[in-house]
Design a protein around this ligand. Structure first.
Ligand SMILES: Nc1ncnc2c1ncn2[C@@H]1O[C@H](COP(=O)(O)OP(=O)(O)OP(=O)(O)O)[C@@H](O)[C@H]1O
Ligand SMILES: [Mg+2]
Length: 474
């Protein structure tokens, strides 16, 4: 008989799906985590890069403004120098020469700065050389006029104007080149920012997609886990139901066997009593009759044999009675449980020499025959155990009647035993089963060296008969 069926197919399938998903998820999780780290680091790097590029674009704008300012400042220095010299020539006040003298000192530095701004290259070198030449010529005319203290001839002043116009044009060209350069570098920076913007957006999108994938993977795992928990709970319920059903089956079987055994014992006892009993009694009577009827002279040589035959027949009859008593508790049917227990206790004391204290109801109890038999058998097996295992000197046998329960207890002061580890035999299990058949409680209270107490408590709704049980036997 297969007691418990294996795991349900749906649970097996879910478990293997879970293991598969778990294996995939383990590798997937690590891969996704590594990818996530790479994405976040790249995002961080690109953002940093984008910020740098934007800063560079702003720096370019500022530098472009400074370069344009330097070109304008050169023109202003020259115009102020020219105006200063004119003022001096008209008023002879040397204070007017200050801008001219300042320009003499700063023009060269400004030219160097513009040179640096423009950068190298033949075209730039050429235009700067041209500008330097023009400025030198213009400053020379101005210095001649300051030295002489008057305007030099008309042609020189026309040259001065022409040089200034040329200088203005050249500076205009330099400004244009500076603007073009600035524009190019600014546009390059803007294009850079634009590119990094897309890179950042793509990386952020990737990170978001990764988060979504991670979320989906985790959600799928959580759902699978929930499903398995649900299936396991169902499986538990199924197994518990099966165990309950099998336990009930086994219990029914044990009850059937117990009842059958009792019925068989009763049948045997009846047969022995009715058939063998009648037979032995008839033989004994016949033998006694023959002994009586025979002539004493004829009987005398065989007297001893006749007496032995009668004794043997008496022993056979006594043996038959003992066997019947063993098979069918004496007095139980005739006098009831209380009287049967009393006799059992007294017989036990007589046969074993162990002192027995009885605590039994005064009258008999009205009980179904099966309940009486069960309680009697429990007491019988408990006393047999005392005799076989306890080496006790004293036993208490009690039957107490409560409002709703009937409690039988057999306690000895013997060797005791470890009730948790006493397995493998049938006496205690049989007692427990008999009690369970009546929905009662069974308890063993024992520890090595501390004696043993067996308690069987059965539901009881009857009453104690007021009349003594012995009346029924008469
Ligand atoms: N009153 C007792 N005192 C000491 N030990 C006991 C007592 N009753 C039971 N035991 C211990 O418990 C064990 C189990 O008892 P149980 O009646 O189930 O089996 P058994 O008496 O050994 O064999 P059987 O199946 O013939 O009854 C015994 O072997 C014994 O060791
Ligand atoms: Mg036993």
């Amino acid at each position: 008989m297969k007691l418990i069926t294996p795991l349900g197919a749906s649970l097996r399938a879910s478990l293997s799906a879970y293991m598969r998903a778990e294996r995939i998820a383990r590798f997937g999780r690590h891969g996704l985590l590594a990818l996530g780290c790479v994405l976040v680091l790249s995002l961080f790097g690109s953002s940093f890069w984008q910020a740098g590029t934007s800063l560079q674009a702003l720096g370019d704008l500022q530098r472009h403004a400074e370069r344009t300012g330097r070109v304008d400042s050169l023109m202003i220095q020259l115009v102020e120098a020219e105006n200063g010299v004119r003022g001096y020539l008209l008023t002879r006040n040397r204070a007017y020469l200050e801008p001219y003298l300042n320009s003499l000192a700063t023009v060269t530095y400004t030219l160097d700065d513009i040179h640096l701004d423009l950068g190298k290259g033949p075209e730039n070198e050429q235009i700067l050389a041209q500008l330097t030449g023009l400025i030198t010529l213009r400053m020379r005319i101005l210095s001649d006029e300051v030295e002489r203290g008057q305007l030099i001839d008309r042609s020189a002043s026309a040259d001065g104007r022409r040089y200034m116009d040329e200088i203005r044009k050249t500076l205009g060209e330099i400004k244009r080149r500076t603007r073009v350069q600035g524009q190019q570098s600014f546009e390059a920076s803007i294009a850079h920012v634009d590119r990094t913007r897309w890179v950042v957006a793509t990386l952020a999108g990737g990170a978001l997609a990764l988060l979504v994938v991670l979320f989906l993977v985790l959600r799928a795992q959580v759902r699978l886990r929930e499903q398995i928990t649900r299936l396991l709970a169902q499986e538990n319920v199924r197994l518990e139901r099966q165990v309950r059903a099998r336990t009930a089956e086994l219990s029914d079987l044990a009850s059937y066997l117990t009842n059958t055994r009792e019925a068989e014992k009763a049948r045997l006892a009846r047969e022995l009593h009715d058939e063998l009993g009648a037979l032995l009694t008839a033989v004994r009577m016949d033998v006694a009759w023959i002994a009586r009827k025979l002539d004493p002279a004829v009987l005398a040589p065989h007297r001893e044999r006749f007496d032995r035959l009668l004794r043997t027949l008496d022993s056979g009859i006594a043996l038959k009675r003992r066997i019947i008593d063993d098979l069918r508790p004496p007095l139980l049917q005739e006098l009831g449980l209380v009287a049967a227990l009393r006799t059992l206790g007294e017989e036990f004391a007589k046969n074993t020499g162990i002192q027995v204290a009885l605590d039994l109801p005064d009258g008999d109890l009205i009980l179904p025959p099966e309940t009486s038999l069960a309680l009697f058998r429990i007491a019988q097996e408990a006393l047999t155990n005392v005799r076989r295992h306890a080496q006790a000197s004293h036993v208490d046998l009690s039957l107490r009647v409560g409002p709703e329960r009937l409690q039988l207890a057999v306690a000895d002061d013997g060797a005791g035993f470890d009730a948790d580890s006493a397995h493998g035999r049938h006496g205690l299990a049989g007692m427990r089963h008999r009690v369970q058949m009546f929905a009662g409680d069974f308890a063993i209270d024992s520890r090595p060296g501390e004696g043993t107490q067996i308690r069987a408590s059965l539901p009881y709704e009857g009453v104690v008969q007021p009349e003594p049980a012995t009346d029924a036997a008469q």
